[in-house]
Design a protein around this ligand. Structure first.
Ligand SMILES: NC(=O)c1ccc[n+]([C@@H]2O[C@H](COP(=O)([O-])OP(=O)(O)OC[C@H]3O[C@@H](n4cnc5c(N)ncnc54)[C@H](O)[C@@H]3O)[C@@H](O)[C@H]2O)c1
Length: 496
């Protein structure tokens, strides 16, 4: 007989062959009891603090299958929208490949590195198929999608000719537009209404009509309209009640994009914002999104220069290289470039582009390295380049003992070619969120930060801008939803 004490200090008596066996038993029991107690305490802490446990708890049963057609509604049928829709049709016809799309070409590693399980994203979670997508949109110009794509000059005319019957059949609905918010353009295809509430009602009717005529079982709204002038939230944006009062009273602080967002969320339809406008970044929209289970996400597609910035800045921080200045300039000649030539629209874009470095580099934590950065962003309208933007970055960094170095990036990109796969992924993932019991009531879908220059988060939480953290967050969300183990990259288990 020998005594042993457990982790809670209780004494036990048991028969052992010898004292070594007794000692070993005590060790094992103590370790077990410690583990059990830690687990109990963590569960209790999670319950009392409202924090959800990170281990998997749901499975695919909580995601409804993607049955029927998915209607994609696009305010703003310009370069990005037409490149996206034409691209989907070209892929459906087998004329091109969905390059750049995580939902179409990406994979998710599951389990250990040695397991060899890496299904395609679209086979892992129940996404709508490309054949099920149907489209509509609104624009201030009357051009159908074929004419708009031709004007945008992004895609080769030989490809557009093959898609002409399909693209010509998509005609823009009359837009809700206010010239004061986009000073550089004006067009004839604009709705008239007694009040902004009346305009919102007309948009809601458009949405219901489209659902009926297209036979779509679900809808998504994707803002691909021009960048609106910079404004800050006011009292009118603080609640559904105050917003609806402001709509009825034609409050000038309600921008057209907000009217689309309101109409969409009232219809229970998820909304994504490709531009940097305030639009859904408002308490009223969060309230509506949660109430009507219509997911929302960030704003301003992360395509060219900011994509590079959120790849390079994390590398400097990882190696603790200092940064003294980052000068970014762009030339572009499409309609977006023309709109951004207006100081009001540019200010909206500038705010969105400037935010990323501060959040990635955390100057408060690393004052000697990032406490004094000169960060400048310029956008210059230069018509000869059309949609083929050129983005230059001059980056002044410093290393060991403060010695300075420079990096130059010259990205000759194609704006809409980079944006189109982002639109596709957002359409499919937002539709998934709407069908997923765990996500649909959350409002903000932070796991979609990967696609945005300005990701949305709950108030008080700083956004993640590092592209690779964003990708890990997205893939871990998918793993979590499917009840798969999250990947932490710890890897000690391989050396047991
Ligand atoms: N292409 C990219 O890489 C990229 C990246 C991030 C953000 N964006 C943003 O995406 C948006 C679209 O870019 P684009 O290159 O297609 O621009 P674009 O000028 O070719 O198209 C925008 C369209 O929106 C229309 N429009 C403006 N206000 C409208 C309204 N109230 N209702 C309906 N239609 C309206 C315009 O008439 C135009 O046809 C822009 O705001 C741009 O800043 C683009």
């Amino acid at each position: 007989m020998a005594d042993w004490w457990d982790a809670d200090g209780r004494r036990h008596r048991k028969q052992f062959a010898n004292s070594a066996a007794a000692k070993e038993h005590e060790h094992r029991e103590t370790a077990l009891a410690h583990a059990e107690r830690a687990s109990r305490e963590m569960k209790l802490a999670a319950r009392t603090s409202g924090v959800k446990r990170s281990s998997p708890k749901t499975d695919s049963a909580t995601m409804e299958p993607a049955k029927g057609k998915l209607g994609v509604m696009i305010p703003g049928m310009g370069a990005v929208a037409t490149t996206f829709v034409a691209g989907v049709e070209a892929i459906r016809k087998g004329l091109a490949k969905p390059i750049g799309s995580l939902t179409q070409m990406g994979t998710v590693r599951l389990g250990k590195r040695t397991d060899g399980r890496s299904p395609k994203v679209k086979e892992f979670v129940p996404l709508a198929g490309l054949d099920d997508l149907v489209f509509t949109g609104w624009d201030i110009f009357e051009d159908n999608m074929y004419d708009a794509a031709t004007n945008a000059g992004v895609l080769d005319y030989r490809l557009l000719e093959q898609l002409k019957p399909f693209l010509s059949s998509i005609k823009p609905r009359a837009a809700v537009f206010d010239h004061n918010y986009v000073k550089k353009i004006d067009g004839p295809n604009v709705k008239k209404g007694k009040s902004k509430m009346d305009l919102a009602e007309q948009l809601r009717q458009d949405m219901r009509d489209f659902k009926k005529t297209s036979g779509a079982s679900r809808l998504i709204t994707m803002w691909c309209g021009s960048t609106e002038s910079y404004i800050e939230p006011t009292e009118a944006h603080q609640s559904v009640k105050s917003f609806e009062k402001a709509l009825r009273e034609n409050d000038e602080m309600i921008a057209p994009s907000m009217i689309y967002a309101y109409a969409s969320l009232m219809e229970g339809v998820p909304f994504a914002n490709g531009a940097p406008n305030l639009t859904v970044d408002l308490p009223v929209m969060l309230e509506l999104s949660r109430k009507n289970e219509a997911p929302i996400c960030g704003k301003d597609f992360k395509t060219g220069q900011t994509l590079m910035k959120t790849v390079l800045a994390p590398a400097f921080k990882a190696r603790l290289l200092g940064l003294s200045g980052w000068y970014s300039t762009n030339i572009l000649g499409n309609r977006d470039g023309e709109v951004l030539d207006d100081p009001g629209s540019f200010k909206t874009k500038e705010e969105s582009k400037l935010g990323v470095l501060e959040h990635i580099l955390q100057p408060a934590l690393y004052p000697e390295l990032y406490g004094n950065i000169f960060h400048k962003v310029r956008i210059n309208y230069y018509p000869p380049r059309g949609d083929n933007k050129e983005g230059w970055d001059n980056i002044d960094i410093f290393g060991w003992l403060g010695y300075p170095m420079q990096i130059k990036v010259d990205f000759l990109c194609r704006d809409s070619i980079l944006a189109a796969p982002i639109v596709l992924d957002l359409v499919l993932f937002l539709d998934l969120a709407k069908r997923c019991s765990e996500l649909k009531g959350l409002g903000i879908q932070e796991w979609l930060s990967f696609y945005f220059k300005s990701p949305m988060t709950v108030p008080g939480l700083y956004p993640e801008h590092d592209l690779f953290i964003q990708l890990m967050k997205l893939k871990n969300t998918l793993r979590h939803l499917k009840g798969e183990e999250l990947i932490t990259h710890l890897g000690l288990e391989y050396y047991d």
